[in-house]
Each structure stands twice: as structure tokens, then as C-alpha cells.
Design a protein around this ligand. Structure first.
Ligand SMILES: [Cu+2]
Length: 258
């Protein structure tokens, strides 16, 4: 009976590794990266995945082998107990500590470029999260955010391709998280704070905006669209939006878009 149990644990090992091997052919790995900094983040992801993968395989294999070898049915000798090993404890403390320290240093540049080295440009758009939508505020023709000619829009974020984008991220109610899976961008929106978020999209197209923080009953539907356009298309879109907004007496800030 013990042997069957040990085979079950071997199955966990085979199944776990197997999942990762077949995942790419079913498109179950990371979504397509269309950002300038994404490769650094993906590299860290894969690095840590391999590291933890090797440890997983090793521990599962040892686990299986011990269950197999020391099956109670075949081992009639009394169990021998040991009481601690100072050397072993030092070794298994130092190895994880050194590994974590290495990761902390190794990831510093990726972190700094996506969270610390803010580009010195004017904000492209203000994104204000609320239950359960993304309120967008673009600077008007005067190019300055926060003035009377600003453009208001909901859930449909347009940006130009291959240009540095700076977003002022806010929340109007509770904690939300602004997540652009294809751009490897994820940032909490915190009530009372204006948090800068920057990135550069490298391919035109339509991508998801998702809320990555359980923010209430309608969290699941807090989904927006990121449209990456050429500079010309983006400018044209802005002009059309300016025109449409000018025609209505009040800004369409309360429109529902879902
Ligand atoms: Cu939310």
C-alpha cells in the first residue's frame, strides 16, 4: 500500500512538470508583451520560475524516493531518531537567505526602471478608478491637465505607440489596481493619492485593462480597453473627442460604458 502512495507523489512531480511543458502549445503562458520594459520583467519571472522549479523537482523526487524506500511493509527495523544538526540548520538557512538576497539585488534595475525612474514629461492622461469603471481625463487643446477644456471619457484608454506615456493614477473610492497584462504594468490605485505610472507600448492594437484588486461586488466587470494607435490615429481620435464633447453642454463624465 505504501508503494502506491509513493507513486501518487511521483505523479505530482510528473504532472507539475508536464503542465509547464505543454502550457506553451496551448497558449497558457504569459500574454503577448507589447511594452519596452516587459522583457526585463518576463526575464525575472522565468528566472524565478526555473529556480523554484528546480527546487520543486528535487524535493518531490526526494520525497518520492523516501516514501518508496522506507515503505512500512518492507522495513521492520526500529526507527532511528536523531536530535538536530547544527551544521545542517546553518546550511539550510544560509542557502535560502543567499538566494533571496541575490534576487533582491538582481531585480533592482527592472524595479527602478518601471517604478522609480519617472520620465520628465507632462501626464498623458489621468486615470481615476471607481466602483466599477475607469474614468479618464485627457488634457484639452491647451495640453494642460486639470483645466476647463479637459476631455472626459470612460473605460476606453487611447495612447500613441512608441511614446513614453505618463499616467496620473487615482481612486475615487476604494483600493483598485490598474493592470495592463500586455504591458506588464500593475499599480494599485489608492484613495487620496496620485500615483504616477509610466510605460511605452511598442505595438498598435487593442488590449485589456483589468482591475487586479477585489474592490467590491462589481469587480469582475471593471474591465476597460487600451487602444494603442499610431500618432496620426491618436491625434485624429483626440480631435474627434474634443469635437463631440464641445457639442454637448456638459462633459459626458457620467456616461455608463459597459
Ligand atoms: Cu476595481
Amino acid at each position: 500500500m505504501g508503494k502506491i502512495w509513493s507513486l501518487l507523489f511521483l505523479l505530482v512531480l510528473i504532472g507539475g512538470v508536464g503542465c509547464f511543458l505543454v502550457a506553451p502549445s496551448y497558449n497558457l503562458t504569459l500574454p503577448q508583451d507589447v511594452s519596452s520594459h516587459g522583457h526585463a520583467i518576463d526575464h525575472l519571472y522565468v528566472f524565478i520560475l526555473v529556480l523554484t522549479g528546480v527546487v520543486f523537482v528535487a524535493t518531490q523526487a526526494v520525497f518520492f524516493w523516501f516514501l518508496w524506500k522506507y515503505d512500512a511493509a518492507n522495513n521492520r527495523e526500529p526507527v532511528k531518531y536523531t536530535h538536530g544538526s547544527h551544521t545542517l540548520e546553518i546550511v539550510w538557512t544560509i542557502i535560502p537567505a543567499a538566494t533571496l538576497l541575490f534576487i533582491a539585488l538582481y531585480q533592482m534595475n527592472a524595479w527602478a526602471s518601471s517604478k522609480m525612474r519617472m520620465p520628465n514629461i507632462l501626464p498623458t492622461v489621468e486615470v481615476s478608478a471607481r466602483q466599477f469603471e475607469w474614468r479618464l481625463r485627457y488634457p484639452g487643446p491647451d495640453q494642460i491637465l486639470g483645466t476647463r477644456d479637459d476631455l472626459f471619457h470612460v473605460n476606453d484608454l487611447h495612447i500613441p505607440v512608441n511614446e513614453e506615456i505618463l499616467i496620473d493614477l487615482k481612486s475615487q473610492d476604494v483600493l483598485h489596481s490598474f493592470f495592463l497584462p500586455n504591458l506588464r504594468v500593475k499599480q494599485d490605485a489608492v484613495p487620496g493619492m496620485k500615483i504616477p505610472v509610466w510605460f511605452k507600448a511598442t505595438e498598435t492594437g487593442s488590449y485589456d485593462i483589468v482591475c487586479a484588486e477585489l474592490c467590491g461586488w462589481g469587480h469582475y466587470k471593471m474591465k476597460g480597453r487600451l487602444v494603442v494607435q499610431s500618432r496620426q490615429d491618436y491625434d485624429r481620435w483626440l480631435q474627434e473627442m474634443y469635437k463631440a464633447q464641445a457639442q454637448t453642454a456638459s462633459p459626458p463624465a457620467s456616461e455608463e460604458d459597459n
